[in-house]
Ligand binder design. Sequence first.
Ligand code: S3P
Length: 426
Amino acid sequence: MTIQPAVSLKGKLQVPGDKSISHRSVMLGAISEGVTEAENFLAGADCLSTISCFQQMGVRILREGTRVRIYGKGLHGLTKPEDVLDAGNSGTTVRLLSGILSGQEFSSEITGDDSIRRRPMNRVIRPLTMMGADVRARYENSCAPLIITGRPLTGISYQSPVASAQVKSCVLLAGLYADGPTSVTEPALSRDHTERMLRYFGADLTSSGTTASLLPGRPLCGSGIRVPGDISSAAYFIAAASLIPGSEIILENVGINPTRDGFLRAAAQMGADIQILREYSDGPEPAADLLVRSARLHGTTIEGDLIPALIDEIPMLAVMGAFAEGTTVIRDASELKVKESDRIATITENLLAMGADVTPAEDGLTIRGGAPLKGCVIDPHMDHRIAMSFAVAALAADGESRLLQKDCVSISYPMFFRDLSALAGS
Ligand code: S3P
């Protein structure tokens, strides 16, 4: 697809539902008593993979557009899948499901696409094994396919070496099936959607600092979930409106959970003009309408405890850094190497193709910004977030760009190009 520079972005948009929360509404709904109805569900490929895995385990799930009804089977009602479970491109599906599958009375196997089969699963195999689970990689590489044989589980106090919501959630979900309390402590707080939804569904879960503790034994009760807009999807439009002079947009109903709003904080540090117009909380997650106007950006340092709160937005922040005056340093983010692509490599490759001054590091990037970028051929390496971040870069660059593999955006935002064209008036 070819992308021309944009004149300005104008108008109002409601970005699609949050991917992490959509996944969790299906997973927790499936193991709850009663019906869970999720509204504004993200019908992206990743969340559809989660739906189909649970359908394979006997859960009735009906979807009409963005409304999904999950007929819960309770903690012990899932049935043995007849085939290998396919998580597609979704790390959240493999890792969170491993926790649930470890506590079942059947064995199962879960795998995914080429990218998933290269991503590290030791981070969940290790704590699950400590709980007494039988989880093995089919090959000697600690990656999916994973073969999981349900076993009685023991509660543990787990000190996670990584700030990862997928690891934390996996252990807490296995903890629902354990014989005693389970807690997870992380080096920095990762997104807490699992904790919020577990509490909302009636679990005995407490959080203190970077520790979440679960006492098993209470049944989960299905409930209505209104999924807020995904801040990770909003980030592309916030960046585009900030970078392209004369822009003014309103983004409605964007999730602003404090464990996810790092992008707003980092963008503000860079001088972005983002105003919260209205805040509302409808269920376990806070949301807001945002007004974004173009602004002159300057470089900043993004590091430490802020990283988990914006980990998926780093490709977009790196692009913003390339247009900003001065130097942007991103560090403490070695997790980027094990996302849907090695994002340190894929960000660097595409920024260099646009003529930016960027130096990759083991745990991040340094970008010396301010010089104009030029249109180029963008290769996202099948990574949806790289494709969308560089589509925005192409709108703000000089000359035409050509984006390869544009369809990979369907993982988290199938209608991305329609929405971008609507605001860019093209
Ligand atoms: C997610 C957690 C994050 C994030 C991913 C979604 C989740 O991964 O990058 O896109 O829904 O729990 P990690 O837990 O590996 O940091």
